[in-house]
Design a protein around this ligand. Sequence first.
Ligand code: UDP
Length: 475
Amino acid sequence: MKEKHNTHPVMDAHVLIFPLPLQGPINSMLKLAELLCLRQINVTVVITQHIQRRLFDSSAIQTYMETNYGGAFRFESIPDGLSEEHPRTIREFSALLASLSAVAPPILQQMVSVREISCIVAEGIFSFASDIAGEIGVPLFYFDTYSACALWANMCLPQLIQAGELPFKDDNLDETIRNAPGMEGIIRRRDLPSLCRGIDLEDPEIKLLLKQAHLMPLSQGIILNTFHQLDSSLLSHMFKLFPNIYAIGPLHTLLQTQTSQNTSSSILPEDRSCISWLDKQPSKSVVYVSIGSLALMTKDQFLEFWYGLVNSGSRFLLVQRPGSVAGLDDGIPEELLEGAGGRGCVVSWAPQQEVLDHRAVGGFLTHCGWNSILESVVAGKPMICWPHHFDQQVNSRYVGEVWKVGLDMKDSCDRVVVEKMVREVMELRKNEFLERARQQSEAARSSVGEGGSSAKDLDRLIDDIKNMKLLPKHH
Ligand code: UDP
């Protein structure tokens, strides 16, 4: 039964939350914000004006305005320093990060002082948050909204460089990595975060990651969207560096156990027609295919996916996000759709959690964004992984080799491979994968239930936030 928390706040604690302005981090941070509001903590979520416009256009922002948690929840928007027309695609991520890192600090500093903020929760990559917290004397928690395995790989970067494993000495991407404790025998060069390939130690993004590795252990604590049972072997290593970890995931499920209010943080309008299509399909017969909110494909890659799916004989629901496939701006040509023989459904953006939870979906062909993986884990759906960028290379290795709830297609985009993997997950090894996925889903759900590890870590985080004292200023 859902326990409903009192939403009439009696508040002193006021948390400022600052997510990366991308769909995945926004989703996780907003879930955290709601969980805090439900426990009588004031929250100001700082988003960029660009994200605010998109949340407004998708109607998501209205759901927060309506819910508003007795006035405890508020959005504040700031510029990201880029022009309105700037495309802000994954290709320009470095520019966005650099611009935001220049524009945001003085605005946030002012906000923290004026609003009497009692602590800051910032995305792990925002190293400037440490300066603000130190300057004003406000405690800082870093919330790394990506996976624990990717965070740990990033934390190991300094020692990989020192040991001479990075930059790679040759082109052999299958060489195993030796100097990442807890990951020995698991990850190869190709499984390291994408920017390790062709790494330039002078690259500003690498410098930022190295700075992150230095600063994160100095913060008040680290919040992670994972649960102890999923990442136990890594967490035991991480505790040595970060004694105060709050593993409170899967956040979307934790929130569902604590409130029946239904907010949406989607920055694109959802096409719900796919739900009625799914309603007409047999149980566990459909592969859901999505590459998330940022990943891009060439038209050739898209066609390999398409023919692989069609040739597999499986039914499929495919998300073709506007602008995600170069050269297919007008949608999928009619002859391709006809060739799918009615077994395919295409939408521009799906209500993903609901899709994954649907009884007709039997597998997920995913780019391995961390939110997508967690949503699939909770729904008990096996995965076929086609990682694209950032943490996704590490995540997909863990799906295939550690959690064993799917197959990793990394670095290949070939219709024969797509067909083979879809057949394996949807037919040949279906029961094996479904059984493991079911066990993992059960573990995820019990971690957020009463007495579960994530529920307990959230209680501890909330107590710590409420008891937070201002720190002495660093001068
Ligand atoms: N998503 C969605 N509809 C879609 C595709 C994705 O609502 O058609 C959501 C998905 O549920 C997830 C988020 O977008 O919560 C994507 O985040 P993720 O971390 O998986 O990947 P990113 O988009 O950051 O690469």
